[in-house]
Design a protein around this ligand. Structure first.
Ligand SMILES: [Zn+2]
Length: 127
């Protein structure tokens, strides 16, 4: 298993969480969750895998349908995020801005289902 780069990135992005996840030297494979990082971005963590969600500029005024908790949200409550899943491939997901409440509504199985749609991703961090 070579999950070192993901862990290093995780440590860089949110050292607190990384300590929590990996501080004891074990990699809990069932760890899954979305974590707010800098600039409105979100990091999706599943075990040792990590994907970054980048918010896009909102267009129009249509209501948004959250892909995680499946609530219909207004423009001020949700955003469309781009997730790089491969060298030239991206996915687009709509998620609530309040990710904590969103994940509570979705439950762990909802977050797990979302993670299964995203992972595995192919070397998105290769230049
Ligand atoms: Zn939501």
């Amino acid at each position: 298993m070579s999950d070192h780069s993901e862990r290093d990135l995780l440590r860089e992005l949110f050292p607190e969480t990384a300590r929590e996840l990996f501080g004891d030297g074990r990699a809990p494979q069932d760890t899954v969750g979305l974590y707010p990082v800098a600039d409105g971005r979100l990091a999706l963590v599943s075990g040792a895998q990590l994907a970054e969600f980048t918010p896009l500029d909102p267009k129009g005024n249509k209501a948004l349908h959250c892909d995680l908790c499946h609530y219909t949200r207004s423009r001020s409550e949700a955003a469309v995020y781009r997730v790089v899943v491969g060298a030239r491939r991206s996915r687009y997901l709509t998620l609530c801005l309040n990710t904590e409440a969103c994940q509570q509504r979705a439950g762990k199985s909802g977050v797990q289902t979302l993670a299964e749609r995203i992972f595995p991703i192919e070397s998105p961090y290769v230049e």
